[in-house]
Ligand binder design. Structure first.
Ligand code: ZN
Length: 370
């Protein structure tokens, strides 16, 4: 996350700029500069900034609609390939997901509509001289790009909004996992169509094909995971047989523990068993290289990873783990004492075991309108 800088805060949502986006802007400016001079460089850069402003508004459309259903969006990040609104969770009701997914493209429909109306008025009021006006030319280009954004986002494949719309529509008729599988299969099928046309017409389509294929695959596995873990508590999947580190431990001590165990994540725990922070194997190795073995682990441990309770729903804990990229979640009791760790590896193992074991009294599928 260090690769992003905060540029604004709108309605409690942080708008961040990924550093690669700035590199992309510089690249655009330089390309225009060397091919058409300084004025073209300015125009090109302004156009890209306006375009990404439309992307931010699109993402805000999703975020504000999500907020109506009680789903928070901590931040929106701008990347050269577009914007990403990080929703805290996917709503359970298909109708809510449908409205959230559709809100983004709808914003671009409105922007395009306003621009077209404005340009029409200009064209009617003045003569054709206006067409050569660079500002007017830029606005009409912006209108067409917004129309393109709508069409692109409505492609019925993950990770595009169209994929979510399709899944939500399917989930009104079948259970969520099945709906995701069908939507993902349609997306994968489409990716082959893109690939085919990409080879013959536009190589950009090959890139989109890959993007769509990966999106469909990851969405299907997340849905499967959600289904396997639904209704189970965190306690079911946490690891309890663990080596912990005392607050007095140095990185040298930690490295020794890494060698002696097969653990990837370590908790730092005080004398009374209370959790202070966690460290991953990579954190330890990286810090060892940068700061030396005598550094106390308390100086490099992560303190920002939230602890969960053993009786919390596993699917929710796992969703936040994925969403925020936490390597593991510590599980604590009411007094803050560590009970165990929830790691991605363990959730995966639990899923495998769950899939082999019939669950009495609980069907492995859920009704869409539970
Ligand atoms: Zn969108």
């Amino acid at each position: 996350m260090k690769w992003s800088i905060r540029i604004a805060r709108i309605a409690g949502i942080e708008v961040k700029l990924h550093l690669t986006f700035l590199i992309f802007l510089a690249w655009i400016a330089l390309t225009y500069y060397f091919s058409a001079g300084p004025q073209a460089a300015i125009n090109g850069t302004v156009f890209v900034i306006l375009l990404f402003l439309c992307v931010v508004l699109h993402e805000l459309g999703h975020a504000l609609m999500a907020r109506r259903f009680g789903v928070r969006t901590p931040d929106i990040t701008l990347l050269p390939i577009g914007g990403v609104a990080r929703l805290e969770r996917i709503p359970d009701q298909p109708k809510q997901e449908l409205l959230i997914a559709i809100a983004g493209p709808l914003v671009n429909v409105v922007i395009a509509g306003i621009l077209v109306l404005f340009l029409r008025q200009r064209a009617a009021a003045s003569d054709f001289a206006d067409l050569n006006n660079p500002h007017v030319a830029m606005l009409s280009k912006l209108a067409s790009v917004n129309i393109f954004l709508v069409l692109f986002n409505l492609i019925p494949a993950f990770p595009m909004d169209g994929g979510r719309i399709l899944r939500a529509l399917l989930a009104m008729r079948m259970n969520y996992v099945r709906a995701t599988q069908v939507a993902a299969a349609i997306g994968q099928g489409l990716s082959f169509v893109f690939l085919f046309f990409g080879f013959f017409f536009n190589p950009l389509l090959i890139f989109i094909a890959l993007f769509v294929y990966l999106g469909a695959t990851s969405e299907a596995s997340i849905a499967q995971l959600r289904d396997a873990s639904s209704g189970l508590p965190v306690a079911e999947a946490m690891v309890t047989e663990l080596k912990h580190l005392p607050p007095t431990a140095t990185l040298e001590d930690a490295a020794e523990t890494v060698l002696r165990t097969s653990q990837h994540e370590f908790a730092v725990v005080d004398n009374s068993g209370r959790l202070l922070g966690i460290l991953t194997r990579d954190d330890i190795i990286g810090a060892l290289r940068r700061r030396g073995g005598a550094t106390p682990v308390t100086e490099v441990m992560r303190r920002d990873v939230p602890a969960v309770r053993a009786d919390e729903p596993l699917d929710r804990a796992f969703a936040s783990m994925q969403q925020y990229g936490y390597p593991a979640l510590p599980v604590t009791d009411a007094a803050g004492r560590l009970l165990g760790l929830l790691t991605a590896e363990n959730v995966g193992e639990m899923m495998m075991i769950q899939s082999l074991r019939p669950r009495p009294g609980k069907p492995s599928w859920r009704l869409a309108h539970a």
